[in-house]
Design a protein around this ligand. Structure first.
Ligand code: PLP
Length: 391
């Protein structure tokens, strides 16, 4: 018997980073040396105090189911942290803890969108936005992020994309894959548009602590926005906790019941021991978070300067996150062809810009969450590859 899938499965996309990682590992298994610039995760280990808190929780009996929306103490710690850092005033009851930040996208888009609706999402952008809008049956409407404007969105263009059917806008600042940050003045205009057109906003702020120039501003802090905005955040990037699977959303009051129900129908609850580690992350010392940020800042300069020194490449300085998004059109290659060449012939795993949407053609995403020594070696290999294709 062959399995017959539901029609909706044809609409589900994926995240290429995981595919490239598999291909890179296969090359390594054949004895090839590969520098990993594909996966979006800090190369640091989780700070010791957080690991100890998680281990202690397991040893002291935090091994049972917990409440679906999360541990009360963690929800309180999250609302305190977010209110203090974003100029908002969420109650602990508006926080729902999830196994990573990603389920917040899944839940919000399933809960709010259906056939006949339209949702605007950034292109290039995190691929799961597009995938989940398609899965919901709604129409996915890309807003291009252009290099010329530092990869932030053009508010006039956004106005032109809003229709009677538009229900949701997805924002991601600082952004994956471009490192772009939406300036406060633009966020203020976008907030006014959202109120005027009665749009819900999913504000993905997972890189809020990784910002090198300027400030992080949450769209939820503008008048009329907290009741229509979901803030997505989590522990993966800030605390180097990608494998723990710990994230959260802050929701308008009237969404909390529906999202809790989606938690009950899917995961039941987030690992209770992991949530105890989350409390330590937020309430314990933050020195390592600062050290991670400073290390990323140095690597950002190393990578961007190195890329700009290569004839045929150019790269704008990303303001946040840990990705460089160089323009590779000078190589004469498509993004996919150049990414494949880099991996197969030169041992550098990177991601084609097109993995983040059509507007990503002509770019490559390099994660600089890797050691300075590896980044230097990768730059040498990239330079050799560019020279080879340009002759
Ligand atoms: C923009 C963005 N949002 C959300 C996530 C999800 O992170 P996690 O599910 O590990 O919390 C990622 C991870 O790469 C991301 O880049």
């Amino acid at each position: 018997m062959s399995v017959r899938f539901a029609e909706r499965m044809n609409r589900l996309g994926t995240e290429t980073a995981f595919d490239v990682l598999v291909r890179a590992r296969a090359l390594e298994a054949q004895g090839k040396d590969v520098i990993h610039l594909e996966v979006g995760e800090p190369d640091f280990d989780t700070p010791r105090n957080i690991i100890d808190a998680g281990a202690k929780a397991l040893q002291s009996g935090w091994t049972h189911y917990g409440p679906a929306p999360g541990d009360a103490e963690l929800r309180a710690a999250i609302s305190t942290y977010i209110n203090g850092s974003r100029g908002v005033s969420y109650t602990p009851e508006q926080v729902i803890v999830t196994p990573g930040g990603k389920p917040v996208m899944f839940f919000v888009l399933l809960a709010l969108l259906e056939s006949g609706d339209e949702a605007i999402y950034p292109d290039p952008g995190f691929p799961i936005y597009r995938s989940m809008i398609d899965f919901s049956g709604a129409k996915a409407v890309p807003i291009p992020l252009r290099e010329a404007s530092g990869f932030t969105l053009d508010v006039d263009e956004l106005v032109s994309l809003i229709t009677e059917q538009t229900r949701l806008l997805i924002l991601n600042s600082p952004a994956n894959p471009t490192g772009g940050v939406v300036p406060r003045a633009d966020l203020e205009k976008i907030a006014r548009l959202a109120v005027e057109h009665d749009l819900a906003v999913l504000s993905d702020e997972i890189y809020a602590e990784l910002i090198y120039d300027g400030e992080h501003v949450s769209i939820a802090s503008f008048p009329g926005m907290a009741e229509r905005t979901v803030i997505l955040d989590g522990f993966s990037k800030t605390y180097a906790m990608t494998g723990w699977r710990l994230g959260y959303g802050l929701f308008p009051d009237d969404m909390v019941g529906a999202i809790s129900k989606l938690m009950i129908n899917s995961a039941s609850c987030t690992s209770v021991a992991v949530q105890r580690a989350g409390i330590e992350a937020l309430t314990g010392p933050q020195v390592e978070v600062d050290a991670f940020r400073e290390a990323f800042r140095k690597r950002r300069e190393l990578v961007v300067d190195g890329l700009n020194a290569i004839d045929g490449l150019s790269c704008v300085l990303p303001k946040g996150a840990f990705y460089a998004f160089p323009n590779i059109t000078g190589t004469g290659q498509t993004s996919k062809a150049f990414a494949d060449l880099l991996l197969n012939e030169y041992g550098v795993a990177a991601i084609a810009g097109t993995s983040f949407g059509e507007a990503g053609e002509g770019y490559l995403r390099l994660s600089y969450a890797n050691s300075e020594a590896n980044l230097t070696r990768a730059l040498e290999r990239i330079e050799t590859a560019v020279r080879a294709v340009r002759v």
